[in-house]
Design a protein around this ligand. Structure first.
Ligand SMILES: Nc1ncnc2c1ncn2[C@@H]1O[C@H](COP(=O)(O)OP(=O)(O)OP(=O)(O)O)[C@@H](O)[C@H]1O
Ligand SMILES: [Mg+2]
Length: 258
């Protein structure tokens, strides 16, 4: 009954079957507080993208309840920003146009044209890609496209942000820089966030909790508290004892269950 219990993103008994009746996701229960950030890790095919698609409203159907602050997550008051696994950029539009279109569709940054353009510049600059504004997505590297997709996700000022392996296929140095950049931006504009990754290190660095999906869809995920590492200065995390212990705990689950 209490509003606290209903606040944030509530996932109750979520279950997804694709055509043919194959279970892609089952027994998914999760409470993600408003302005919180959890990472999702799991083997290929364990339903990570399916989970994000269900929340984003991209599936024809699912069983269970998805709510945000007591209302359906698909209520018009809840704007969801998704960075899909393949970036989801429009190839025939420039970087700037890609962001502008998303902002127009979602009615972000008020109605003023100048304000909107300033916002686009702000997010491109904050992701370190202001110089790419006039380029087309297919002329960019994978990492650059990922930055555009993230800039676009922030620019629409979503209530909920869903990121599907946004830093995959990046070299370690670029990835570290983008993780830091992402966290800085998220801290300044903390959308309620689910961040899917294949990478154990990334899951520990970026999430207050870590959702470990089970390989079999009928099994419930394991949820690890990670607030200890999360609360540290980003640069100190990797060398901390807490990080090491968390990595050990995750590897143990992976060895036993995956
Ligand atoms: N459009 C679809 N139609 C039918 N089955 C699907 C569809 N999309 C995904 N699946 C199946 O649902 C299950 C979960 O897939 P999903 O893409 O959610 O996994 P994932 O954890 O995101 O994997 P990856 O790490 O490879 O991205 C898999 O068994 C997959 O084959
Ligand atoms: Mg996936």
């Amino acid at each position: 009954m209490s509003s606290l219990r209903n606040s944030g993103l509530q996932i109750q008994e979520l279950q997804v079957e694709y055509k043919g009746g194959r279970l892609a996701l089952g027994q998914m229960n999760l409470a993600l507080p408003e302005h919180g950030i959890y990472t999702v890790i799991g083997p290929s095919g364990s339903g990570k993208s399916t989970l994000l698609r269900a929340i984003a409203g991209l599936l024809p159907g699912y069983e269970g309840e998805l709510s945000f602050n007591g209302k359906s997550v698909h209520d018009k008051d809840t704007l969801i920003g998704l960075v899909p696994q393949n970036y989801g950029l429009l190839p025939w539009k420039t970087v700037r146009d890609n962001i502008r279109i998303a902002m127009k569709i979602t009615n972000s940054a008020g109605t003023g044209k100048e304000e909107r353009e300033a916002q686009i510049t702000y997010w491109l600059t904050s992701m370190g890609i202001a110089d790419l504004a006039a380029r087309y997505p297919l002329s960019l590297s994978g990492g650059q496209q990922q930055r555009v997709a993230i800039a676009r996700a922030f620019a629409i000022r979503p209530t909920i942000m869903l990121l599907d392996e946004p830093f995959s296929a990046l070299d370690a140095i670029t990835r570290e820089a983008l993780q830091q950049l992402f966290l800085d931006n998220w801290q300044a504009h903390p959308a309620t966030t689910l961040f899917v990754t294949h990478d154990v290190e990334e899951a520990i660095l970026l999430g207050q909790k870590i959702i470990m999906m089970a390989p079999a869809a009928q099994d419930a995920p394991i949820i690890l508290d990670n607030t200890g590492v999360f609360g540290m200065k980003h640069t100190d995390k990797r060398d901390s004892n807490e990080y090491f212990e968390q990595a050990k705990a995750i590897r143990k689950v992976m060895q036993e269950k995956w």
